[in-house]
Design a protein around this ligand. Sequence first.
Ligand SMILES: NC(=O)c1ccc[n+]([C@@H]2O[C@H](COP(=O)([O-])OP(=O)(O)OC[C@H]3O[C@@H](n4cnc5c(N)ncnc54)[C@H](OP(=O)(O)O)[C@@H]3O)[C@@H](O)[C@H]2O)c1
Length: 299
Amino acid sequence: LRIAILGYGNVTRALLPLLERDARFEIAGIHSRSRPAAPDYTTFLDQSRAEVLVELTTLNPYTGQPAIDHIHAAFARSMHVVTANKGPIAHAYHELAAEAAARGLKFRFESTVMDGAPVFNTFRNNMPGVRVLGFAGVLNSTTNLILEAMERGGSFEDGVRYAQELGVAEAEPSFDVDGWDAAAKAAALANVLLGARITPAQVQRRGIREVEPEALRSLRTQGNTIRLVARGRNEAIEVAPEVLELSDPLATGRGTSNVIIFETDLMGTLGVVEINPGTEQTAFGVYADLVSLLEPGSR
Ligand SMILES: NC(=O)c1ccc[n+]([C@@H]2O[C@H](COP(=O)([O-])OP(=O)(O)OC[C@H]3O[C@@H](n4cnc5c(N)ncnc54)[C@H](OP(=O)(O)O)[C@@H]3O)[C@@H](O)[C@H]2O)c1
């Protein structure tokens, strides 16, 4: 399978070793802003003669662009698309999925939520006929680290610094702290699994700025904690800090770990836990999506 890659950042660098040792894949080229392989990305796609575009450019949570345009351009050239960029799924999932279907192409995006841990593929591959009724997830690592640091006696700023040292938080952490990252993931989950048509701005969103360290420590003595939880059910999609019992599955993720629980019609309640993920897990999700394109009859 000939692969063109847009974006040459952390995920692409972690993906390359996986592709290089798999003879089924051939890298046609890599194009990024500062390392252009052609005057513009459309020329790059034309020249690549690739069968699939791997879209790994920077997330724009407010518009999903220019990644949405990149994906349309690939479909227009009869290329399948695999992406880890949640912008397009949070902003344009239905139009992109419909375009892929109309052209007989495949569109895969497992790593957009919880990296390579199977979230979308759990339902696609393992639970045919199951309908998702709702979800609740602790999906943002930076806020987890900040809340844990405050529980240990530190301040909000200590938690932000710790998350930055681990390379998880941006220099300006508002995207995580104000719940935008979790809202983008909630929108992606709702669009794909609940059939909603929602963008991150339409998610009811409250971040963790108002959580007081003293309140967290006193909750802890009562066997409770606070986590930033993304919930979706019917039309109600929201992100907010919630008080949880320590024994609640949503409260059990430590460090950068993520947890999601699904309510379904035929399979009751089930969850996926990802322990301390990094870019390797994101790259794996992209690789697994690429492998799935090779399977005969895969949708
Ligand atoms: N890191 C993770 O573990 C993780 C987890 C889940 C999902 N993701 C998603 O995966 C994607 C890639 O993440 P990353 O960590 O690899 O990001 P990154 O290290 O910031 O790299 C992003 C790359 O995209 C390129 N780029 C940005 N805008 C572009 C444009 N308009 N045209 C061409 N190239 C462009 C950048 O080029 P320049 O450097 O030349 O500007 C850079 O090479 C993001 O959407 C991210 O949200 C990442």
